[in-house]
Design a binder for this molecule. Structure first.
Ligand code: IFM
Length: 467
């Protein structure tokens, strides 16, 4: 073998060795050991630029997508993760908001639209990095603000919280601003009055992590602030945010709720249910009911739809919320990225069989067999952004493979929630949430310079350090 092929092989071997598992389900094992980490790395490296679907000329580095991509790279390569995080934090302004896209390769001006979620994502990423490394040092690193001056990573994260606090709406939820994670929502908040209930949940998730970091830094003032703000937002989520059988998604400019049984279309939105659990904000009985509504109205044999029912005219025929056809893209497709959060939420509720069902049905080869290859029409080894939903006559068509946050979050869902191996400040936590018919699983994972063997079974979990 020539030298460069040999070096390449060694490099991938070293990368993949960070986490290897042995499972009874070989389709899942193959994804977790090889293909999913491979897609994670390609997305980390190339962001949303290259594929059969994309020209690679206008997407640049998307702030929110990249912050999420880094989360899955952390167990594989801390240094690359840190470099990319620094690059992202360099796009933050001193009031706490960030550029939406930037173009480090092309040198073009960034896209400066302000979204309610972008600046909050690095909090989740930095938190994971700190837990993986077991050191607070990274929080002290200086980073320049995009608009001049510099501050530590910790100050950058604190300013992100301040920005959201300074941009709350009339009812107290974070203002939607241009949109939240769902790009399409700009159409119902153009006047700047719309509020995002989902962003309140993302904010809550960030506040939990900030509170823990503030505790580790012995910053009592910050810890108290983050606890209080969390409680205020939590109260809103469980009152104004609750619709009776699920959580509402947003408040539109006109003051009406999005994601309520009162609407004929887009009554139920997946993300508001999953993040009520992930943020630990939803009352437990409400979370159970919300995730049961997901199973009842959104789940299909090929994955979970993002909204139900799809939109044709909502909120008005002249200006519908989306111009995607029914059952496609952001409009009632099986949006794979958002499916990963349903897996995590079900694990957090301790419902392993349902989590596993949601995980398994989107394994690309499983989904392709279920849809049939003639319908699926994409690679059977990488995640796609979405599959056309049952309201489309192309139900099962996989769309935009490779370029998707699904890769990062599916990896996190499988390794940290189903297998339950999660770095915490005091060490590696093993809290699996397996399907009931599994006997055992074995994982070899690198952690803080040591190689650990973790044997998981219904009887006991064994962790040993191996040479
Ligand atoms: O969150 C976005 C992402 O940034 C780009 N693709 C679509 C997602 C959902 O709207």
């Amino acid at each position: 073998m020539n030298q460069s092929a040999d070096a390449l092989q060694k490099q991938w071997k070293r990368y993949l060795e960070a986490f290897q598992c042995e499972l009874a389900d070989k389709e899942a094992e193959r994804m977790i050991n090889t293909w999913n980490p491979y897609q994670v790395e390609r997305n980390f490296q190339f962001s949303r630029n290259i594929s059969y679907y994309a020209t690679g000329t206008f997407r640049g580095v998307g702030f929110r997508d990249t912050a999420q991509d880094i989360m899955a790279m952390i167990p594989f390569d801390l240094e690359r993760s840190k470099d990319k995080l620094m690059q992202l934090l360099g796009q933050q302004y001193c009031d706490g908001h960030v550029n939406h896209y930037f173009f480090p390769t092309e040198g073009w001006d960034p896209v400066t639209s302000i979204h309610s979620d972008d600046h909050l994502w690095p909090i989740l990423t930095v938190y994971d990095l700190i837990m993986e490394e077991g050191s607070l040092q990274f929080l002290e690193e200086p980073v320049a603000w995009y608009d001049g001056g510099k501050a530590s990573v910790w100050q950058h994260l604190q300013q992100a919280i301040q920005f959201t606090l300074a941009h709350l709406g009339e009812r107290g939820f974070p203002l939607m601003l241009r949109s939240d994670w769902n790009d399409q929502l700009f159409r119902v908040c153009r006047q700047g009055k719309g509020e995002s209930i989902w962003t309140a949940m993302q904010f809550g998730t960030a506040l939990l992590r900030m509170r823990e970091l503030a505790g580790l830094l012995h910053d009592d003032v910050a810890e108290t602030l983050y606890r209080n703000v969390y409680q205020q937002q939590q109260q809103l989520v469980n009152t104004l945010g609750w619709d009776g059988a699920w959580f509402r998604r947003a408040i539109m400019d006109n003051g009406l709720y999005l994601g309520t049984k009162d609407n004929a279309e887009a009554k139920l939105w997946l993300n508001a249910q999953t993040w009520s659990v992930i943020s630990e904000m939803g009352d437990l009985d409400k979370c159970h009911q919300a995730m049961n509504s997901v199973a009842e109205f959104l789940d299909t044999p090929l994955g979970i739809k993002k909204i139900h029912p799809s939109i044709t005219t909502f909120p008005s025929p002249e200006d519908p919320l989306t111009n995607y056809n029914k059952g496609t893209g952001e409009n009632g497709a099986i949006f794979c990225h958002a499916n990963t959060w349903a897996i995590i939420a079900e694990c957090m509720l301790g419902r392993g069989d349902r989590a596993w069902k949601y995980y398994r049905q989107l394994i690309p080869n499983v989904a392709m067999q279920q849809a049939t290859p003639e319908r699926y029409k994409a690679e059977p080894y990488v995640y796609a952004s979405n599959l056309f939903g049952p309201e489309s006559d192309k139900f099962g068509l996989a769309n935009v493979s490779w370029l998707t946050g699904t890769a990062a979050w599916m990896y996190i869902a499988a390794t940290q929630y189903i297998l339950g191996i999660k770095p915490r400040w005091h060490g590696l936590e093993v809290k699996p949430c397996l399907p009931t018919n599994w006997q055992e699983a074995t994982v070899i994972r690198m952690f803080r310079g040591k190689k650990m063997r973790i044997k998981i079974s219904w009887q006991a979990t064994e962790i040993t350090e191996i040479a």
